[in-house]
Design a protein around this ligand. Sequence first.
Ligand code: SAM
Length: 273
Amino acid sequence: MLFIVPTPIGNLNDITLRSLEVLKSVDIIYSEDTRNTLKLLNYFEIKKRLLSYHKDNEEKSSDEIITHLKSGKSIALVSDAGTPCISDPGNLLIKKLLTHNINFEVLPGPTAFVPAAIKSGFPTDKIFFTGFLPTKKKDREQYLEYLRNNVIATIVIYEAPHRIISTLEELLQIFIPPISVSRELTKIYETTYYITDTESIKSITAKGEFVIVINNNVDHKKDLQNTSELNRTIEKLKNEGFSNSDILKILKTFGIKRNTAYKSINDFKKKDK
Ligand code: SAM
């Protein structure tokens, strides 16, 4: 049997009784960062054979795990922190287990995006978790625009400390504030910020770990029927170099009547002069 075992994202007391039981009982623990896992195991006085499973050896290690499982060994997979497979390695192993028809269990436990989404106070009936954003500027811009227009939900993003400020500046251009930012969840300096404008970004200490939560429970396409949103969109498309006839075509795909679109573009042209 293989067990996916979540580990604390800060506070060691967040490990579940069942996770401890499994870690104590298995033959081998595969871990994303063996040094880190060793600290955890020492804290709970667990002595176990520890092998590495990380994104650069995922293919080889998952085959090795399958061989161990077939020979009757029991194994636990842990990541650096939180739940394996959630913005962490593990999915390749799950796919192989399914292919080989091998049983596995996924233990519930700590993960950063759930407490961050709840702390935001934004609606929790539809949560879209998207992990880390693309790092290439163009890909990220396109993806964020896609999210804004197509994902009507509370959107949760993971971000690294060296990018948190610039990402928030970018998000403010695209989404409606406030944006919630949870830093260092379950740790001593846990803080949740509400970003309303570029000034409020300055209050963030850009150290530690961050989850960004956006309230995008708005149908922006429907919103285009209201004039200010329509003007904002026209301005954006103009700045991106689209011609008036292209803008008309784009607005048509959003269900804007030709006459309305035409009038707004003309009003915009007048304002421009
Ligand atoms: N597997 C983890 C999980 O279940 O949440 C996520 C691992 S991912 C490599 C690391 C990212 O998770 C961090 O960059 C941060 O965005 C988020 N994260 C993890 N622990 C956190 C914490 N204590 N507070 C805030 N964010 C955290």
